[in-house]
Design a protein around this ligand. Structure first.
Ligand code: FES
Ligand code: FES
Length: 157
């Protein structure tokens, strides 16, 4: 697998049956992904696998040996610093628990759809539960990040 841009080709066979969530947290020290429900319902364990937001509690390590995986720790290096800054600026971060998964879902969306509308953001966040109902702030932050990324890309062209 390739994890946050680093090739990992020596995952021991005894770990192939481990949940990806546990592997990331205990074997790689990447504790951004959190365990909430452990059943694919809350989204707090969401990471990006081959460009798609996926709940890592439902994935086994052996299923992703050839995959490209990104966790919240790799977001900035993947060009999503603007998204993280926008979440802070919009005061969209009410807790440290759901946000890593929310950010990964939003980042996967922005990689697919550079300028998403509210409906597309809502759909992308369908699997991410936030109990403090900061969703409107999530939308604002995604729009801000999309705008900043477009401006940056125009500047580089
Ligand atoms: S812990 Fe994975 S979806 Fe809730
Ligand atoms: S910001 Fe985490 S539950 Fe709402």
């Amino acid at each position: 697998m390739r994890l946050n841009g680093i090739e990992i080709d020596n995952v021991p066979a005894e770990l192939h049956g481990m949940r990806l969530l546990d592997y990331l947290r205990t074997e790689r020290g990447l504790t951004g992904a959190k365990e909430g429900c452990g059943m694919g319902e809350c989204g707090s364990c969401t990471v990006v696998i081959d460009g798609a937001a996926v709940t890592s509690c439902l994935v086994l390590v052996g299923q992703v040996l050839d995959a490209e995986i990104r966790t919240v720790e790799g977001l900035a290096d993947a060009g999503h610093g603007p998204l993280q800054r926008a979440f802070v600026a919009r005061q969209a971060v009410q807790c440290g628990y759901c946000i890593p998964g929310v950010l990964n879902s939003c980042a996967a969306l922005l990689d697919r759809v550079p300028d998403p509308d509210d409906e597309q953001i809502r759909t992308a966040l369908d699997g991410n539960l936030c109990r403090c109902t900061a969703y409107n702030r999530f939308y604002d932050a995604v729009h801000d990040a999309a705008c900043e990324r477009r401006t940056d890309q125009a500047g580089q062209a």
